[in-house]
Design a protein around this ligand. Sequence first.
Ligand code: CUA
Length: 658
Amino acid sequence: MKSIFAFLTVAVFLVSCNPAPTSSKSSKGALTGNAAEKVYVAPGQYDEFYAFISGGFSGQLAVYGLPSGRLFRVIPVFSQDPEKGYGYNEETKPMLNTSHGFVPWGDSHHPDISQTNGELDGRWVFINENNTPRIARISLETFETEEIIEIPNSAGNHSSSFVTENSEYVVAGTRFGVPIPQRDMPISEYKGNFKASLSFIKINQESGNMNIAFQLRMPGFDYDLSHPGRGKSHGWFFFSMYNTEEAHSLLEVNASQNDKDFIAAVNWKKIEEYIKAGKGHKEKVKYAHNTWNDDTHTATSKMENEVLVVNPQDVPGAIYFLPTPKSPHGCDVDPTGEYIIGNGKLAAAMTVHSFTKMQKAIADKAFDGDKYGIPIIKFEAVNYGTLEQPGLGPLHTEFDTRGNAYTTFFISSEVVKWNVKDLKVIDRHPVYYSVGHLMIPGGNSRKPFDKYLVAMNKITKDRYLPTGPEVCQSAQLFDISGDKMELLLDFPTIGEPHYAAGIPAKMIMDKSQKIYKLEDNKHPDAVKTEADTKVVRKGNEVHIYMSMIRSHFSPDNIEGVKVGDKVFFHVTNLEQDYDVPHGFAMIGAQTAEMLIMPGRTATSVWEPKEVGVWPFYCTDFCSALHQEMQGYVRVSAKGAKTPIKYTLDDEVPGEEEE
Ligand code: CUA
């Protein structure tokens, strides 16, 4: 225990004596003369790459351009987004439903882009939610969240959401061991009784729809990160873990005892065969499965009640433990699929395992006992080698096409480039400060696009103008095309930039959705023309079927609403031009605005509390007459006899003018 404390003391010291402000040569001197040119994207020009950067505790996914670092869009995923009405309007609310009820917030972590033959294919990006375990799928045509599936029997969904070589599966692993099924029991009885789930979620290749194919019921260790095998190791999945001590308190000490923890190697192809042969058993669970219907552009939430559970002892030969020093965080597989890198947070060396050696060790039964029935492969029998003293606190590794790995070191705040085969450090570069993940576009695939590297830093300190106690987190862009890494740019990020996925812009920009065709709008409350707009009372509900087009609403004068009514604004944007959304906001409504894309319908609910004449307006500057895009709702007293009346320019929409 003493040695750990000594190590941590050194760590704290190193963090606190990071290089100081921007005026020092340490940062300015790091830039060569042409860095500005390399990140300059002239006005009207496009960036070369999209970068999808996790919003961390914002729960969202942000879209940036590289090399400029410009922020294009925040895609709402796990959190309500008042800017767009996501999670506030009636159509999107079901996306945030869970087995715990409506959850307005999430903690997003690791985006990963779908693959075909081990290469990025630009269909979807997946991202995990850590707190209330979920996986989301986002369309790279519409840049909208299309599906969110909750992961049962899981807690702290961290070793997620990574896709296999042909997007057969997106994989989610629990971070916390928990009682499965959940039950009332003493925490002190953790050891041996708490369990962990590794979930394999099948992806439908046509629709992208996700379904949990099976869950592995693993020992209650903490599963940290994971990556798929590729090429020769396709069919395997690798999970790093800490707390193989099964501690339940003061983990910083008690989960740092073992010299070696494990990487779990899971042969999912073999497990598929076992399942075909009838292995595994169904268990009762409860989890939400939320899907977005693009025709009705409405989400539905379904509560699922069953999951197929596979115990390791049911599938001999499918799961092994690879001893890996010491509390490995990242678990990364190189583009060839041969090398599996364990980033031992507390280890002095980087551990590189060999897939070829692993297969031989399995054939030779070179085991060092087992843990809960899972064979532990002898360290020497699987280890390719170690990279000695590369830095302090290794977290994550990505790769280029030239046999090099790039590893982040949290404690020594640097990125280190090293050759995987030779196990030799080639270059190192400081980052500002305390780097977590890094990303090379395609870095989790057979074919990285190794021109840029983005380091995502946890601490910003003095890198930007101060903004009170909370300063933004930050990304740093490096040029990695040469022998030496070259720092090009700092740019701020939203939330915590846990991880990112990058892809050449040309792979998705041309298929980006421009508008939604009005004729394809199957929303049950859509109106296709102004003549169809109307107001209908159903008991104490008033349904307003409204349209918007530059620069008015139809109808824009509405009467006959009463205090105590529940008013539904079903608003359709009739525009069919690119980049002409309209917004809708109602005074006093206890919800967000709606931002409605051309051809789409959205619904906002308002419960007026006071009599009066209350205005609504368009929130998005849509034309020279945007300010004129407004209207009124007259609200009468509860028992009033005011009849329903709705007009545009004092005419009832659709009725012939006299
Ligand atoms: Cu429509 Cu502003």
